[in-house]
Design a protein around this ligand. Structure first.
Ligand code: G3I
Length: 320
């Protein structure tokens, strides 16, 4: 790529999701995670179905393990996520709660979790994927019973519990300018106008290699959100090879180019705080479980060897 395309380079943070099973099973996983990244997000164990498994139980055992690891390795921590349509414990989805009861549960949950990690977690995904909860056939119980105001309540309670933490909203398929990202923009704009305490906007970045060179579009899209006066961040990047014959070196090169574009886009937007990958080794990735197809979406292969994507990210960050 033409280096002149990109303006002044900036230091940005690079993070990864941490998979608890890999973390427990595999010291190489821990070593690479602690060495290569400076933000850690729990892939699953900080979600409500794990941390509040029953009406009178909170469980931070696994999330504490990851938080302690991050602190020992000088990594920042992004909490993911407080309120989502998915991975809600059964006692809530089957509980038949009224609006007021559900609001009470939400407030108690947010206050407890954010309070537990007060001063230790620098940013929280407060509301995850608020748009199109029907798209994945998982209509949000929060939206259905409480109404769209659940978003405002969640941010306000999170802010009360830790006024220093940066509070994010997060959404998928909104990286480029399209119908969905326009609705995402309208939603975040209205939160800002109503003075809801939101600090940042996440774009997940679950992409695939058929998307070629989206750099200009990414920048244009993320900049309009940043111009609302908020931070922006890529929160869950991975780049699928999809059904392509994935052994072809050419596919890995395309993947590498796309990863570098994400880094450059973030560097070129001064409100962009970082790029978080949804894992780092092809050995542990949610993609094949989801697509039912083998894939290698991450930056180390399944033997922990760095792929062209790793080299491309390094070059984007350090120029070599
Ligand atoms: O924990 C159970 C285990 O006991 C059981 O044996 C096994 C059998 O299937 O399932 C395990 O639960 C799985 C869970 O991950 C923990 O491994 C679920 O089936 C599986 O659906 C779940 O997938 C997670 C997914 O969120 C849930 O929607 C993925 O690991 C996780 O990467 C993914 O992350 C989300 C982000 O939070 C939000 N954005 C999209 C992203 C990808 O879907």
């Amino acid at each position: 790529r033409d280096a002149a395309l990109y303006s002044q380079k900036r230091t940005i943070s690079i993070g990864t999701a941490a998979n608890i099973d890999a973390f427990h099973a595999d010291t190489t996983y821990q070593t690479i995670m602690g060495r290569e990244f400076n933000i850690l997000v729990a892939e699953n164990v900080m979600k409500m179905y794990v941390t509040h498994p029953d009406i009178d139980t909170f469980n931070f055992i696994q999330s504490d393990e990851l938080v302690n690891f991050a602190r020992q390795h000088g990594m920042q921590i992004e909490g993911a996520n407080l309120i989502w349509s998915n991975q809600v414990p059964a006692w809530i989805t089957n509980g038949g709660y009224t609006r007021d009861e559900l609001l009470g549960i939400m407030k108690d949950y947010i206050t407890n979790v954010v309070g537990h990690y007060k001063g230790q977690i620098q940013s929280w995904i407060v509301v995850n994927e608020p748009l199109d909860t029907d798209e994945l056939n998982q209509q949000s119980i929060w939206e259905r019973i409480i109404g769209p105001q659940y978003i405002d309540y969640a941010f306000r309670w999170a802010h009360e519990a830790d006024p220093q933490a940066r509070l994010y909203i997060n959404e998928f398929n909104t990286e480029l300018v399209n119908e969905k990202s326009n609705r995402y923009y309208a939603l975040t704009q209205s939160l800002v106008q109503r003075k809801v305490p939101i600090n940042g906007i996440g774009f997940e970045g679950h992409l695939d290699i058929t998307l070629q060179y989206p750099y200009a579009q990414l920048v244009a899209n993320m900049k309009r959100f940043a111009n609302l006066g908020l931070q922006v961040q890529i929160t869950e990047a991975d780049i699928k090879l999809q059904n392509s014959p994935h052994t072809l070196p050419e596919k890995f090169t395309q993947q590498a180019t796309l990863y570098a574009e994400l880094i450059h886009a973030c560097q070129d937007i001064k409100q962009c705080t970082g790029v978080i990958l949804w894992g780092f080794t092809d050995r542990y990735t949610w993609i094949p479980n989801f697509t039912h197809h083998p894939d290698q979406p991450l930056i180390f292969d399944n033997q922990y060897q760095p792929k062209p994507a790793y080299t491309a990210i390094k070059k984007a960050l350090y120029g070599t």
